[in-house]
Write a protein that binds this ligand. Sequence first.
Ligand code: GTP
Ligand code: SPV
Ligand code: MN
Length: 588
Amino acid sequence: MTNNKSVLSWIEEMKELVKPDNVVWIDGSKEQIDALKKEAVETGEMIKLNEELLPDCYLHRTKENDVARVEARTFICCKNEEDAGPTNHWMDPQEAYKMLFDIARDSYKGRTMYVIPYSMGPIGSPLAQIGYEVTDSIYVVLNMNIMTRVGAAVEEVLGDSENWIKGLHAKCDVDPEKRYITHFPEDNYIISVNSAYGGNVLLGKKCFALRIASYLGKNDEWMAEHMLILGVEKPDGDVKYVTGAFPSACGKTNLAMLIPPEIYREKGYKVWTVGDDIAWMRKGPDGRLWAINPENGFFGVAPGTNEKSNPNALASTKKGTIFTNVCLNLDNNTVWWEGLDKNPPTNAIEWKGNPWNGKESTEKGAHPNSRFTAPAVNCPCISSEFNATAGVPISAIIFGGRRATTTPLVYQSRDWNNGVFVGSIMASETTAAATGAVGQLRHDPMAMLPFCGYHMGDYFAHWIEMGKILGDKAPKIFNVNWFRLDDEGHFIWPGFGDNFRVLEWILGRCEGTADAEETAIGYVPKAEDINLEGLDIDIDTLKSILYIDKERWAAEADEIENYYKIFGDKLPKELSDELAGLRARLAK
Ligand code: GTP
Ligand code: SPV
Ligand code: MN
């Protein structure tokens, strides 16, 4: 426990408010964490899985109404409504505090308050930040203990500094009508009530590491982004690092842990995972952009994860993992989800807790947004630089979305500002990661629509500014789309490990060794520039997903113009100029 006055006085304030029966300070020790696991099993909050097949693994089921992020109930509470911008929900901070404190008041009665000191980023890294989360949920404590660096060492680094983020989580009655996920960027404060699910309650993750951190970064020349970080090792041992921003459930974890096709493995190519969801980036002493992963684990989408699609993610879940809302196989007390294998258990309990026979039922065994919380150290391809306090230098930034049409497999932006434009016009089909309709195309600039803690127009301006700060050392910017569909609705590109072929082209472009064709939207590989060796796809098919359909893009430009209107005079002139440039090139 700390002597930090600012921390102690806030904890006193919280105790006064929520009135816990007792307070437990999380030190992160094995004894303490083991005791909490035991308690959670005794109360039924978690189910212990087969110790031989899945050592130290647990299953947790949330309420049926509490299975994903709730964007409609997520708020940015800053003094001026204008500062939250057109893409965020806003609440007046004073009104919000009052309403939230009223909801949370006395809600820990009969419960324990857990105080979690945590570091986002390697403890002591100049890029790391510290937070305290108080919660009445053991599930939250155990997940935070996997996803962040928790405990006494964090408090030692903080010392008596007042530079830390407050996070209050209160489960209350898990009432969806009173559920609020709120952020006070001007006060370094997060309050989350009436949920007990992932991104709503693991306050270090989306709330802090993206919404609050994006605001901090804007004011201090750094960036907090919804990005994976990976390293590509070449046969000569040289490693080049790349980040990728794809919207929720659009392939970050899969790309981050990719295994290159055999023809590359034979030559000695490898991929190393630094992060699968969030990157914090700042200009380093050498002038390049350096990135850390502020997290310490993976909160990954379970469905679709299998031995073929993502063996590294699957291996990461084999010990010390918490599964949420997957299916329980009663025959051997292990877990199952759609897409794990073709053998659904017949004697099982589905994610809602009902008996389930996978051979007969038409219902799903696992929720589409069921997740695993796995320690990063479990990952067979975890980067040697995972804990590097300086981070890793970034050569390329990749944007990408889920687009059935229009957007080609890959293209390179013309320069930094054009790359910011490419990120700003991202659109993607919605997924089960947030409540609401699935499969609807929506704008999701830089994959940050649900996560930007301030005005998106100012966020674009910050990106432009970072380009000026980095100058000719700025990473090159690309866009990818693994999700083009054929007339029958099948994915055209094989994806997963074969995405390495696209990564190879991207790095080749950074090094000046790969060829491309200049098009209206940017530099697109000629079909021959993507290596298809060992792959069963013909060159005409590849051509079809590299083709730039000018009519569709002209319609896209109209759509972008319309979308841009919501930013009013906050839209940087650089971006309206880029749009005009695109139109002019399309008209040629
Ligand atoms: P969040 O954790 O929500 O931020 O998601 P994510 O971006 O990490 O997505 P993830 O890698 O978990 O992938 C989500 C879904 O996309 C899974 O169902 C994957 O099977 C699917 N997916 C990932 N990569 C590819 C790909 O290259 N091609 C196709 N067709 N599907 C993919
Ligand atoms: C996402 O939705 O982008 C996630 C899962 O990574 S959550 O932590 O719930 O936000
Ligand atoms: Mn995510």
